[in-house]
Ligand binder design. Structure first.
Ligand SMILES: [Zn+2]
Length: 289
């Protein structure tokens, strides 16, 4: 039946009904993606993150996906949030805005207080409240472009402590006429990169000194594995939160040998452990944030 033939009353009533259905479906969708996240099922799809999984498999834009992933995170941390969403006291956007905040709070009471404080608030009001609590100022979005000659152009705005530190370093060094801004930033990036490489290789930690028949993986083996993987997750290709994993688990006799060690991102590593040891066992160890 064409909508043109509906009476005004019927059209309004139907529109309300479809909106109710849409809201119900969205809540169910959030519940389901939280369970997909708990099982790390997106790793079986080599997507590496819940965001990329939804982006790839469902017809949603970046912002729609982001809002749902972040709102779902708030639902995991604040059980009453689902009820508030059902009662239309909060919006998906409200919930998404506070996801980072509630993820870092342990007290259930405090989490519920935050939920109460965002009821009926707009996105801007919610964002202002989060900024007030965290004491953070939002930087304008940074942009970076890689060029074919290997250079990288970065446009960034520093705020708060980072801006103060930058100005302090600049003042100290420019007095001596030593460095230009790009050299100061380059030095900071180099120091950070060195520290990350050391952490990946286990250099400087006790772990690197133990022998290959222990759970810990020697730096020499890590080096070979990194060369093989290209320093990426060997399942999904992610470059973030990389970990070394025993293919045959250490607990079931797997050795720290080159052929038994691979690089996985933390999500794929968790998924591998769920498959090897069961969800029930891994729920005790998994960080569900
Ligand atoms: Zn991965």
């Amino acid at each position: 039946m064409s909508l043109r033939n509906l009476s005004d009353e019927m059209l309004i009533a139907d529109t309300k009904m479809w909106n109710e259905k849409e809201e119900h479906c969205t809540r169910q969708f959030l519940r389901h993606i939280n369970e997909v996240n708990r099982r790390r099922l997106f790793c079986d799809d080599q997507t590496g993150s819940l965001f990329k999984y939804i982006r790839k498999n469902f017809n949603k834009s970046d912002s729609e996906t982001s809002r749902r992933v972040l709102a779902a995170k708030t639902l995991r941390h604040v059980p009453n949030a689902d009820k508030a969403l059902a009662k239309k006291q909060v919006t998906l956007t409200n919930l998404a805005e506070v996801s980072g905040l509630v993820g870092n709070i342990k007290s259930s009471k405090r989490k519920n207080e935050i939920l109460e404080s965002i009821k009926g608030k707009t996105q801007i009001q919610t964002r202002e409240m989060v900024d007030k609590i965290t004491g953070k100022k939002r930087a304008t979005r940074s942009k970076s472009h890689s060029h074919s000659d290997g250079s990288c152009r970065i446009h960034l705005t520093l705020v708060g402590e980072a801006a103060k530190d930058y100005l302090f370093v600049k003042e100290q060094l420019s007095n001596k006429g030593l460095y230009r801004p790009e050299e100061i930033v380059g030095h900071a990036i180099k120091t950070t990169a060195e520290s990350i490489r050391k952490r990946i290789m286990g250099i400087g930690s006790r772990k690197s000194k133990v022998t290959s028949n222990s759970r810990y993986i020697p730096a020499t083996i890590k080096k070979v594995v990194i060369a093989r993987s290209g320093n990426k997750c060997e399942n999904c290709g992610s470059k973030y939160n990389l970990q070394f994993d025993h293919i045959t688990p250490y607990g079931t006799g797997g050795e720290s040998a080159i052929g038994n060690v691979r690089q996985l991102c933390s999500n794929c590593n968790t998924r591998a452990a769920i498959v090897a040891f069961s969800q029930q066992k891994m729920d005790l160890f998994i960080n569900q944030s």
